[in-house]
Design a binder for this molecule. Structure first.
Ligand SMILES: NC(=O)c1ccc[n+]([C@@H]2O[C@H](COP(=O)([O-])OP(=O)(O)OC[C@H]3O[C@@H](n4cnc5c(N)ncnc54)[C@H](OP(=O)(O)O)[C@@H]3O)[C@@H](O)[C@H]2O)c1
Length: 374
């Protein structure tokens, strides 16, 4: 077998290992690899950051050399991966759990099996797989991880749904199930209803016979946004300014007072969710897009006995209940396959990563979830 000498790119000359890459990642400037070996991955192109900061300033695309597949390893050619708010927070250094630096961006995605270690039995080249549970480093063209890190999924859905099924849809599913026992005909209220989680909540609530009241930001085109959310199954959609009134419950009409509320915005938007809740209701906070704190009136506790809870998927993933998470993923993907579950996304070529990033950062006026296509 011939040997090829490879000079690792400058960015790799750090002493630490890029997170998201398998063990065996080269540490030295000069590495030797076996040429033409079936057990080597192809070279990979990745979005890396070597320090925390503004994502548009600290991230860059670099080429990474091939890595060797061990017996149980699977090399996956990535097809698509989203840019989620938590990916941005990890790069900024403000997310509680972050990969060590330097790191490759991304946390979920979908890929196609490219090649296998000699002991892999459950996967074949061409299979579609997602990292399950999700894990760091999905913004790269080839990933090598052990077989058990991958979950084989059906190929009968668009790849962008497979790429995005874990972080947001699973959060929506768990939050609807895990806090209050909702009976058919009950109602929930949420802010951030245009978010991917919000769109999922609307549809999963509708499937289980639960009504939804939805709050969105005031923005250009809000009437069309309301129509789109109603097409997904939303019962009511209000902009925040529409709810600047003393008694928001006068808007309920025939809907019951919501027992459960979801907040991913904070500030005044969270207060609006609280105002809708019924006596003894619960608000679950799972995001803080406005970066403003949640403020609760004293009377909300004394006279309404409201409960405030929180949800974090990454913590849930470590719990006993997460043992069935792949079954839940398959359930959600089946809904997509049956045409019962959809959300807005924009596919962007990987080479245009920085355009997608600017859109995800809200710089270019886009409101769609950015999904990188490799
Ligand atoms: N706790 C968990 O385990 C967990 C899991 C998944 C997601 N999350 C969180 O859930 C939230 C939504 O995530 P996603 O991926 O579904 O979102 P997304 O699809 O990327 O959409 C972003 C949402 O945030 C809104 N938004 C952006 N900037 C805002 C601001 N300054 N003030 C108010 N609203 C703002 C957007 O409103 P417009 O449409 O008006 O732009 C949109 O509804 C994020 O905070 C994310 O971190 C948490």
């Amino acid at each position: 077998m011939g040997f090829l000498r490879l000079v690792a790119p400058k960015a790799l000359r750090a002493p630490s290992i890029f997170n998201g890459l398998p063990s065996g990642f080269p540490r030295n400037e000069t590495v030797s690899i076996r040429a033409y070996s079936a057990t080597m991955s192809p070279p990979s192109k990745a979005v890396v950051y070597e320090q925390h900061g503004s994502p548009d300033q600290v991230t860059r695309l670099i080429n990474l050399p091939p890595v060797e597949l061990k017996d149980n390893d699977v090399c996956v050619r990535m097809l698509a991966a989203p840019i989620n708010p938590s990916d941005i927070n990890r790069i900024e250094g403000v997310y509680p759990v972050r990969p060590p630096l330097p790191a490759i961006g991304g946390y979920e995605g979908v890929g196609e099996v490219h090649s296998l270690g000699s002991a892999v039995r459950g996967l074949s080249p061409g299979d579609w797989v997602i990292p399950s549970p999700p894990s760091f480093g999905t913004w790269q063209t080839y990933i090598v991880k052990e077989e058990n890190a991958w979950h084989k999924i059906s190929k009968d859905i668009p790849m962008e749904y497979a790429a995005t099924v874990t972080v947001n849809p699973l959060t929506a599913l768990r939050m609807l199930e895990d806090f209050t026992e909702l009976k058919p005909g009950d109602c929930i209220v949420q802010n951030g209803a245009t978010s991917m989680v919000g769109q999922c909540i609307i549809q999963l609530a509708r499937i289980r016979g639960t009504h939804s009241i939805n709050v969105i930001r005031d923005r250009a085109g809000s009437e069309e946004v309301k129509d789109r959310l109603k097409e997904l199954g939303a019962d009511e959609v209000y902009t925040e300014s529409q709810l600047e009134m003393k008694n928001v419950k006068s808007l309920l009409g025939n809907l019951p007072e919501p027992a459960l509320g979801f907040n991913c915005v904070g500030g005044n938007s969270a207060s609006l969710v609280l105002k809708f809740l019924r006596q003894g209701g619960t608000m679950v906070t799972y995001g803080g897009m406005s970066k403003k704190p949640v403020t609760v009136s004293t009377s909300s506790f004394i006279f309404k006995d409201l409960s405030l809870r929180g949800f974090w998927l990454q913590k849930w993933m470590g719990s006993e209940r997460a043992k069935d998470c792949r079954v839940m993923i398959d359930y959600l993907l089946d809904l997509v396959h049956k045409g019962k579950f959809k959300y807005e996304m924009e596919l962007v070529p990987f080479d245009d990563f920085h355009v997608a990033l600017d859109k995800a950062l809200g710089k270019l006026g886009s409101h769609s979830k950015q999904v990188l296509r490799f």
